[in-house]
Write a protein that binds this ligand. Structure first.
Ligand SMILES: Cc1ncc(COP(=O)(O)O)c(C=O)c1O
Length: 428
């Protein structure tokens, strides 16, 4: 018996996780997934039969519009949609009882599952609504003084750059932003840029794990190691990495990590998570007040007022679905999909790819442009003429359309994208 099957058997026996007796995933998908597993050929690059099962599990694969902006927010597979509906219907019977007394009990087991996925202690995980909330909690919660320096880059996410600018205005910290000419296939060059910007006043380095504008994967671990040698803490924006790239948060050797779960994990919209290294929790002020703001209990970041516990609880089925596939397999597939269309596209005269296609430097996201067309024009042509939904990027010297497939994306849809690029570039 291979490892995966023995895992399924073990977890089913324990009644835990994806194939556990209580999971909706087990009811809806376990048989199909186990069946698909029989078609898995480790020697095959495509494994089309296996992926057809995964595509079937997403209603988005049947959408009239080809969705290629999964980096913005991802659809949930049917099992997650159904779980959310089930919890919503239950809560509607009386949220003060069903949500606050019954579903509330699900938070601790969920914390454990997220921690297992992140390879960290559950006491370091707080569940919230998105990466913005997670990272703003850290940015505004850090006890920084006037003159303390923070190093980020121009290609961090606007909500985080604005949070740092607000601290600059309010508290007089110094916020420095590096600039990079992506794609860069050289980790040492990136680490050196951060290192060169350090002064005796530097307290924090803020790094985006996967850069949303063009998909560059940043060498987070190497930056953390360099920073720690100098007593500097590292905050990681993992909005695009968690659930997509096969890593453990502990591998990054950072101090703080925030992510959205409604991106590559495909959890319901409005779900996120923050991780704070155990010995740093006490010093971070909660963004939303708590009766013990200096406590070392990670739960102090969860006093977020009345919110949907239904969304939170449905995260469990997204984890089940993820485990049903396996993160490594998912990463490799999505990288394959990106390479599939981007390698064909870069052969077309007048078409340029703005992202490295090597797996160490990018995964799902790639930027594309057509000579003579502005990003907004290309994005509109994709949609108006081909019903392909992407997103335009025109920011700080980066001008492209961002294309992001997901596990449910069909090869035939990527062929349509390449065909569209051929037609558009001929007319441009
Ligand atoms: C790199 C990065 N960080 C953070 C965010 C914010 O995510 P959310 O809107 O879910 O808070 C995004 C959103 O696209 C992002 O690309």
């Amino acid at each position: 018996m291979n490892n995966r099957r023995s895992f399924m058997k073990k977890s089913a026996a324990l009644g835990l996780g994806a194939f556990g007796i209580n999971s909706l995933f087990n009811e809806l998908h376990a048989a199909d997934f186990q069946n698909a597993e029989r078609f898995w050929d480790p020697g095959s690059e495509t494994n089309d039969d296996y992926w057809a099962t995964i595509q079937e599990a997403y209603t988005a694969s049947k959408s009239d519009v080809i969705i290629l902006n999964n980096g913005g927010v991802s659809p949930s597979p049917l099992v997650v949609q159904e779980a959310l509906e089930k919890y919503n219907r239950q809560a509607a019977q009386g949220p003060s009882y069903y949500m606050w007394r019954i579903m509330d009990k699900g938070r601790e087991p969920l914390r454990q599952r997220l921690a297992a996925m992140g390879g960290c202690d559950p006491e370091e995980i707080a569940i919230n609504r998105n990466a913005t909330e997670a990272l703003n909690t850290v940015i505004f919660g850090l006890p920084l003084q006037k003159g303390d320096e923070v190093i980020g880059m121009k290609y961090d996410y606007p909500n985080m750059m604005n949070a740092w600018r607000q601290r600059q205005l309010r508290d007089g910290i110094v916020y420095k932003q590096l600039s990079f000419d992506f794609p860069i296939e050289n980790d040492a060059q990136i680490v050196k840029a951060y290192e060169d910007a350090i002064t005796p006043q530097t307290k924090i380095i803020h790094v985006t794990h996967v850069v949303n504008w063009v998909g560059q994967i940043m060498p987070v671990k190497k930056i953390s190691q360099m920073a720690h040698k100098k007593g500097i803490e590292v905050i990681v924006d993992g909005a695009h990495s968690f659930g997509l790239i096969d890593f453990k948060i502990s591998d990054l050797e950072c101090d703080y990590f925030g992510t959205s779960l409604h991106k590559f994990l495909s959890a319901p919209v409005g779900s996120g998570m923050m991780w704070v290294k155990k010995d740093k929790i006490a010093k971070i002020w909660p963004l939303v007040c708590n009766h013990e703001p200096t406590s070392a209990d990670i739960r102090k970041f969860e006093t977020l007022g009345t919110r949907s516990f239904c969304i939170e609880q449905a995260i469990g089925e997204a984890i089940n679905f993820q485990e049903g596939i396996g993160t490594k397999r998912k990463q490799e597939r999505i990288h394959y999909l990106k390479k599939y269309w981007a390698e064909k596209a870069q052969q077309i005269p007048g078409v340029k790819i703005h992202t490295s296609l090597k797996p160490e430097y990018s995964c799902a996201i790639a930027g594309v442009s057509v000579d003579g067309l502005k990003p907004g024009e290309l994005d509109s042509k994709f949609f108006n003429d081909f019903k392909i939904h992407t997103t335009p990027v025109s920011y700080e010297g980066v001008h492209c359309v961002r294309v992001t497939p997901h596990v449910y994306t069909k090869i035939s849809d990527l062929d349509k994208l390449v065909g569209a690029l051929e037609k558009i570039s001929k007319k441009a």
